[in-house]
Design a protein around this ligand. Structure first.
Ligand SMILES: [Zn+2]
Ligand SMILES: [Zn+2]
Length: 682
């Protein structure tokens, strides 16, 4: 054993040795009970950040421990194709050559993205290895690989056939720069100061007007109604009357709707069904038209009359100007409100009425709620179950189509001659109704659609593979609380729907890694700690140890580099302790298990007693995913009791010929069991 602890050399040497020995494959324990974790697939564009480091350290601790307990432990790794993120990366490259994806055309562009993936994507896979994570790399999957694409199509077509996927007109989040619908998780809400301006629409009968307020005056071009609360006495005489919409000269009704907030503004709201989700609902309830006045290019459409062609923000000013000239503008005040921005481009999200594909989620949510209620699956910490129930009971239909080129193409074809829409597991050439030619749907699926199938698609479903039989359902899912709804909930819905079982039993939710003063790490704040820098400086084991030491259930981790430094010092201490014992044993073998002295006395009896107690407590804590308590327990035991006391005191008994043999034996088994407790961690 080398005299100094050199984590970098040791870590890479052992990782290679384990991988060569196929130690990460579940087949190393062929007779063991299966135990499976599917990794939350990082984006193919991703680079390792502290969140991955924590997430992976937790999973590796669980899987290594199960492997040691004799389970056929399988940790399935893989990556997500990350539709919009990946497409943006390649589009940026093209832009530097003065090209857009449209210059290349769809097929050539897709080929270019695949080329990018092979040449430069997936760095993160190497970085996960650097962390020492014991994934079974022979089973690595990619959400766009052939097998997973079959699973995606199977699920889409089945849901469509059952009426659980439909095409419809709904309000979606539209990013004008990315030119696609995006999911709620891709929208970042920022508090901004806008101007809330009042204006008055005249009643048709000439008896006065009704005053409304908005921060988006340009949307008034698309107003098709005014809504008031049914209990609002101020307006009880006006419900049912018509007002004349200024600038557009259109008659629109005043309706009573309990969705209106009595307390806000004047209590009367303009209703723009095509550009606001709540207005859309009000519009649906009262049969109001939806007039699209802002197009996908963020410009005013032909329906916007004299403002057609104007950019939406120019139109905001121009519409207000024109209304002022009509003398209908009233008070204006500063207004703090939350504005959605695209997390990729930063552009302001436009709520837009658009024809998209949707999953009807409510029928899928009910059995998924039941999985948790019945205890088939459980969250740890348990308190997250309440959030889960709240989200699931209030679930909205899920917009799954994206106007992108990189992703799973929607398996739908439209007849060029009749109205037929054909959704099929295999590609379609001719209309099944009239025999006419067909055009394929241009859109791809939301990336979360394929990740929702991850626990079973990675094991070979829909084929009845040996892996699916043996390793499904998986046992544990480890993830952050920020994607419980977007990912965990959808896996539960799809898992129970298509396999009849929960996709995993335990959902272990961890917090976020923050800066030492508790701030969120972000590129824009320049306070991001790169785990690979820490690995370079202190070794991967020090990073893992410090993260797990701090991983109290569900709590955020304010990471202090001093912790990692301390973990590195601990590694050194452990190294020296093991080295001391090895020298004492002088080549004598320690059995892999058992081998405890039969009738220990004195300090030997004491330390063995403590050892057995610590092992029991440690196991119990890890069974309950109390990582920080478990690590703290064994850390303190080793440092204070084994090293500071037992090793020191043993120096005397080792010199006593009557005691030396028993103490050597004790030293051997104590150090062996300590290393076993540490193996899942470092
Ligand atoms: Zn965008
Ligand atoms: Zn047809």
């Amino acid at each position: 054993m080398q005299s100094t602890y050199d984590p970098k050399a040791i870590e890479s040497r052992w990782y290679q040795r384990w991988e060569d020995a196929e130690a990460f494959r579940p087949e190393v324990n062929p007779d063991g009970e299966p135990f499976t974790i599917a990794i939350p697939p990082p984006n193919v564009t991703g680079v390792l950040h502290m969140g991955h480091a924590l997430d992976g350290s937790l999973q590796d601790a669980i899987i290594r421990r199960k492997r040691m307990q004799g389970y056929a432990a399988l940790w399935v790794p893989g990556m997500d194709h990350a539709g919009i993120a990946t497409q943006n990366v390649v589009e940026r490259d093209l832009k530097s050559e003065g090209l857009t994806r449209h210059d290349l055309g769809r097929q050539a562009f897709e080929e270019q993205v695949w080329e990018w993936k092979h040449a430069r994507g997936g760095q993160i896979v190497h970085q996960l290895r650097t962390m020492g994570f014991s994934c079974d790399w022979t089973r690595e999957r990619f959400t766009l690989d052939e097998g997973l694409s079959v699973a995606v199509r199977e699920v889409f077509v089945s849901l469509y056939e059952e009426g659980l996927i439909y095409r419809g007109l709904r309000i979606i989040n539209w990013c004008p720069v990315c030119a696609t619908a995006i999911s709620d998780i891709e929208v970042e809400h920022e508090d901004e100061i806008g101007t809330l301006t009042e204006f008055t629409y005249p009643l048709e009968d000439g008896t006065g007007g009704i005053t409304v307020a908005t921060t988006r005056p340009e949307t008034m071009l698309g107003d098709t109604g005014i809504a008031v609360h049914p209990d609002d006495e101020r307006y009880s005489g006006l419900v049912g009357k018509m007002v004349r919409l200024p600038l557009m000269d259109r008659l629109i009704p005043i309706v009573a709707d309990s969705g209106v907030d009595l307390e806000f503004g004047t209590g009367a709201v303009k209703v723009t069904p095509a550009h606001d989700p709540l207005d859309y609902e009000i519009g649906q309830r009262h049969g109001l038209d939806s007039v699209i006045v802002i197009g996908t290019d963020a410009r005013i459409t032909e329906a916007g009359g004299q403002f057609a062609g104007m950019d939406r923000f120019e139109a905001r000013v121009a519409v207000l100007d024109a209304l002022s000239k009509l003398g209908v503008v009233g008070a204006a005040e500063e207004h703090h409100h939350s504005v959605g921005h695209c997390s990729r481009s930063g552009d302001v999200i436009e709520p837009l009425l658009s024809t998209q594909w949707f999953v009807k989620t409510q029928p899928l949510a009910e059995p998924a709620i039941e999985l948790i209620k019945s205890g088939d699956a459980q969250f740890s910490p348990k308190r997250w179950e309440n959030n889960y129930f709240r989200w699931m009971e209030d679930i909205r239909d899920w917009c799954i189509s994206r106007q992108l080129w990189w992703g799973h193409r929607i398996p739908a074809w439209y007849c060029d001659d009749c109205d037929e829409i054909i959704v099929s597991r295999t590609d379609v050439e001719k209309c099944t109704a009239c025999g006419g030619s067909v055009t394929a749907d241009e859109d791809v699926l939301d990336t979360w659609f394929s990740s929702a199938l991850w626990p079973f698609s990675t094991l070979g479903w829909p084929d009845k593979t040996a892996d699916f039989d043996r390793y499904y359902p998986t046992n544990v899912l480890v993830t952050g609380h920020d994607i419980i709804f977007f990912w965990v909930a959808r896996m539960l819905m799809m898992g129970v729907k298509f396999t009849g079982q929960t996709p995993f039993t335990d959902v272990v939710i961890h917090g976020l890694v923050r800066t030492e003063d508790g701030a969120k790490m972000s590129k824009s704040s320049g306070n991001v700690i790169d785990p690979l820098d820490l690995v370079e400086k202190y070794g991967a084991d020090a990073v893992r140890l410090s993260l797990l030491q701090a991983a109290a259930p569900g709590h955020d981790i304010p990471l202090d580099e001093a912790w990692v430094e301390a973990a590195r010092r601990f590694g050194n201490k452990l190294w020296n302790g093991v080295r001391f014992v090895t020298l004492q044993l002088d080549g004598a073998a320690v059995p892999a298990t058992g081998g405890y002295p039969e009738a220990p006395v004195g300090i030997d009896a004491w330390i063995l007693d403590r050892l057995h107690q610590v092992v029991r407590e440690y196991d119990d804590l890890l069974d309950r995913y109390r990582f920080s308590d478990a690590v703290g327990l064994v850390y303190n035991f080793v440092w204070s009791e084994v090293f500071d006391w037992y090793l020191e005191l043993s120096k005397a008994t080792l010199r006593d010929p009557g005691r030396a043999a028993a103490t050597k034996q004790t030293l051997g088994v104590v150090i062996r069991d300590v290393l076993k407790m540490f193996h899942p961690i470092i």
